[in-house]
Design a protein around this ligand. Structure first.
Ligand code: EPU
Length: 311
């Protein structure tokens, strides 16, 4: 495929954009352009898109709401398939099925209006349902896995199948989904009847707590590092190392919560990566602990060097 030949999705209507900046699709607000960006409106179209990606041997990335990724600055050869329109939301009694692309805060808010409790501990966590399942997103009061019954998952070349939550290997910020190349199509939660008013009060109190301690209104990808084993919080370690306010270009260690790096508007992914390396080094020096990334870095240079390494 060259710049002059039509791309493989040209006949599928206005669902594809060329050289789309990923900065527009990530909560960090950084990331270079991708060769093709596709937003299928339904499962049938998604299957056609996947088939053509494989027929043309194009490199594929699947995107939820872009709230936990850092995409590097250079142009990327990928076809990025966004799940944002796969956003069904169905209820059967106290069971709720949510499409992978549904915005997690919308799921939390809708369950509340239905008088179904169990998801309110996830208040204030951004992202898609699919992404939240893939990383078992959560906070102090609970994780996605706590009320998850199972999910419809697929490898891009295969038909979807149901897996029980127990088969997803859920742990702290972990599931097998990103490691196996699976992707989530929808997730089913078992909730409990509860008064909407009570759920709302709980959600608002968690949100207020988050607003008080985290830079919720800034461009960021949430917590950058996982909390290390042993009970110490990454934010506390970074704070103790005196790094709040440390800056590279437009990227700054948040003065409000040290485990957030915020983009002040003009940051590049390069700035963020340099700042990450500085933080890791300084924390290692001061505490002996090597912080591991919670966010995912999308880097096509790295893809290439890994492929080269295999050949
Ligand atoms: N702390 C500091 N300085 C800081 C930040 C935190 O001293 O700059 C101290 C706090 O005072 C507290 C301890 O560190 O004593 C823990 O901080 P906090 O309660 O903010 O929790 P956390 O472990 O930093 C975790 C999750 C957050 C989640 C919050 C609240 C991780 C990596 N982070 O943060 O998740 O919102 O609990 O539930 O597990 C995310 O995953 O993106 C995320 C933001």
């Amino acid at each position: 495929m060259t710049a002059t030949t039509p791309h493989p999705f040209a006949d599928l209507g206005g669902i594809t954009r060329e050289m789309e900046p990923m900065a527009l699709h990530t909560s960090f607000g950084v990331g270079g352009p991708v060769r093709l960006f596709v937003e299928p409106r339904d499962w049938d179209t998604l299957q056609v898109v996947f088939q053509r990606i494989f027929d043309a041997n194009l490199p594929l990335r699947i995107l939820g709401r872009g709230s936990n990724i850092l995409v590097t600055d250079e142009p990327h050869p990928w076809v990025v398939v966004s799940t944002r329109h796969l956003d069904v939301l169905r209820r059967s009694g106290t069971c709720v099925e949510a499409g992978a692309g549904l915005y997690l805060p919308r799921l939390v808010a809708t369950a509340e209006t239905w008088g179904l409790g169990g998801l309110e501990p996830l208040a204030g966590i951004p992202g898609s349902v699919g992404g939240a399942v893939a990383m078992n997103a959560g906070g102090r009061y609970g994780r996605v896995g706590n009320s998850l019954v199972g999910a419809m998952v697929a490898f891009p070349r295969e038909m979807p199948r149901w897996v029980d939550a127990a088969e997803l290997g859920l742990d702290y910020r972990y599931s097998i989904v990103p490691r196996t190349g699976l992707f989530v199509l929808s997730a089913t939660f078992q909730l409990d009847k509860a008064p909407s008013r009570q759920l709302e009060a709980r959600r608002l109190s968690i949100l207020a707590e988050k607003h008080a301690s985290q830079p919720m209104d800034s461009l960021s990808a949430g917590c950058v590092f996982k909390n290390p084993p042993g009970g110490k919080s990454a934010g506390w370690l970074i704070d103790q190392a005196g790094l709040k306010g440390t800056r590279v270009g437009g990227a700054v260690v948040s003065p409000k919560h040290a485990n957030f790096i915020v983009n002040e508007g003009n940051a590049t992914a390069r700035d963020v990566l340099q700042l990450i390396a500085m933080v890791q080094e300084a924390v290692h020096r001061s505490s002996g602990i090597r912080l591991e990334l919670e966010i995912e870095v999308w880097d096509s240079e790295q893809d290439r060097s890994q492929t080269d390494g295999r050949e």
